[in-house]
Design a protein around this ligand. Structure first.
Ligand SMILES: *[C@@H]1O[C@H](CO)[C@@H](O)[C@H](O)[C@H]1NC(C)=O
Length: 107
């Protein structure tokens, strides 16, 4: 019975965490993979870093780190993301030019 209550509580906590405002941030899991991917156009000036996750991960993703140190798992098959990564690789000049205004800002 106690186990059941604990389980119910854990489920509730998980549910609450996922439905909160941070749901858009798909944090990278322990093995460096992404639990899910987004197609979100983060303006270059807010992007500090773009890295690929390991090849064995599913779904395929790139992790975009914003100037606020938020990590977004972006769909690696998405052309927009591929173009951004190519630009990032060749010239970082338009990237990372903004300051983080506040933690958790939506970019
Ligand atoms: C960008 O550089 C990373 C790291 O070297 C590499 O894995 C990736 O394939 C490159 N992407 C593009 C589109 O050039």
């Amino acid at each position: 019975m106690k186990t059941l209550v604990t389980l119910a509580l854990l489920t509730l906590i998980c549910y609450l965490r996922h439905s909160s405002g941070t749901a858009a941030v798909d944090a990278v899991t322990k093995d460096g993979c992404c639990p899910g991917v987004l197609q979100r156009k983060i303006p270059k000036g807010f992007v500090k870093d773009i890295v690929n996750i390991p090849n064995n991960c599913h779904p395929k993703a790139m992790v975009f780190t914003t100037v606020c140190d938020e990590k977004y798992c972006i769909d690696a098959d998405w052309t927009w993301a591929q173009i951004r990564q190519e630009e990032f690789n060749t010239s970082k000049s338009d990237f990372n030019i903004h300051k983080c205004a506040k933690k958790g800002q939506n970019v």
